[in-house]
Design a protein around this ligand. Sequence first.
Ligand code: FAD
Ligand code: NA7
Length: 561
Amino acid sequence: MSNKSENKMTDTMVSKEFDAIIIGAGFGGLYMLRKLRDELGLNACVFEKASDVGGTWYWNRYPGAMSDTESFVYCYSFDKDLLQDGNWARRYVHQPEILAYLNKVADRFELRRNIKFNTEVKGMHFNDATNLWEVETDKGDHVTAKYLVTAVGLLSQTNIPNIKGRDTFKGQFLHTGAWPQGVDLKGKRVGVVGTGSTGVQVITAVAPEVKHLTVFQRSPQYSVPARNDPVTPEEIADVKKQYDEIWAGVRNSIVAFGFEESTVPAMSVSEQERKAVFQKGWETGGGFRFMFETFCDVAVDPAANAAAAGFIRKKIAEIVKDPVTAQKLTPHDLYAKRPLCDSGYYQAFNQDNVFLEDLRDNPIAEITPKGVKMADGVEHELDVLIFATGFNAVDGNYTRLDLRGRDGVKINDQWKDGPTGYLAMTTANFPNMFMIMGPHGPFTNLPPSIETQVEFISDTIELMEKKHYVTIEAKPEAEKKWVSDCNDAANSTLFPKVDSWIFGRNVPGKANANMFYFGGLFAYRRVLDEVKASDYDGFVLRGPGATAKANTTMAAENSDA
Ligand code: FAD
Ligand code: NA7
């Protein structure tokens, strides 16, 4: 292993040859750097296009941005001192707190000295002759590394739909996922396109302060209260005492949100009891709790799902005073998108300054210099137009790059029918490239899944260094089997029956394909343990330390050549 980790990152690179290059400085990239640099002693460098750390929480600074994972488990668990140092004001952490937390992590472990900010990676090519990755950035860096870790984020590449006239708008145009500092919406006429998790947050937050808010809704949403109550120091101290058990519970669960998932089928109890359980879920708060803590089959059994959906629909009718608006806000499809929670979303539409356009009844005809013109001829004049239109999720930050693997295979060709990943971390033909939250990863609270992957990648690299392997690469048949297992797991739920970003259906022209593993974090971790215990069955390892099996593969390849 190299002993060059004292490299200082400056505006011009001091080194051209690294052991490992990491792309992205969010939850994934920061922990990966810590592992590779400080535990394995590798010469590692991070490229980050933002001007500082944070990833999602650097870019999504819109009013109301918060994690809907509860504060006590929306953090790293790898360092006990860091956990004991944690602090939070409310049940959920807001964007500024998460950004401050990730800054604290970067300071604590002195991570910034190996991160080159304001630098976007544009090209990544695997060189078959040298077995090295060649990486190019927009700042003119040309560097090489044995290992490439893409921590580029699964909800990071913004989706900005090309609505007719979009670029003619003369007011301020904003996307929630690239929110500039210092935006002031007070007293302004604001429009929001999109009512997903982000739209719900931004609409609820800005409704009280703007002069007028027009919401352009394509699909109504099921949302339950978040109940974002203040947390006392005693409650935090209590959590800290129990952190070992809490994290063990998280790792042994399905969605990893820090609560015990129900094992009771909704239809196994009387209607009265069912309603009481949903009412308790409504009062407790939290989208994932409502879907997974109430009953075990809300996301799986159509009858259970209908009961949960019906319960929320009734609440919307009770909350929203104007019956026409209530009707527009009421979804009638399955309750099978990422479950939402809010801090007064439906209530916001009771305010006189908030108006809802239902795009299914009255589509946008065009965006004009003054605002948004509807099919019925009405033009909403706006000072600010916000697109809360989500992300080109999972593969969006891969397919926009010039990323080529063995024999020049392009990622865009390999993933033309939808992205695939073996264990969400590797894909065939891309040796020594490890993805954090790549395709077919766990559908969970993400920090514990990210940690699981970082640790697997780090263990794998450590093994390669110890045994002097040159490359590791997913076997195509192993990847195919993993993707098929993921699709089976997805098809056993109701999620594929509804259009959402989870299946790439939010971006026009994108292949419709499942991109997640719905088997849960516990099962995922078990699979990874089995892979390690089987000496990386599912991978081809090449090099001096390769197993007999892998060397046989090499010999066959050599004789073919
Ligand atoms: P990111 O945080 O997305 O970081 C990726 C980084 O890579 C970015 O900084 C980006 O600039 C950089 N990058 C990408 N491409 C390049 C390139 N070519 N060159 C250089 N740099 C590059 N998850 C939950 O578990 N619970 C929640 O409640 C939750 N709420 C969310 C709310 C919002 C509004 C959003 C957008 C996401 C939310 N998520 C939530 C998901 C969130 O993305 C993850 O929890 C986590 O922050 C992902 O970390 P990451 O490091 O994998 O990726
Ligand atoms: P989402 O969940 O993809 O939501 C995007 C919203 O934007 C959704 O309401 C879309 O309607 C709407 N949208 C997208 N394109 C258009 C066009 N062309 N016209 C009108 N409306 C449109 O993204 P979020 O940012 O809210 O959340 C993504 C994840 O990030 C979330 O799950 C959290 O994990 C954090 P649609 O529903 O497709 O009809």
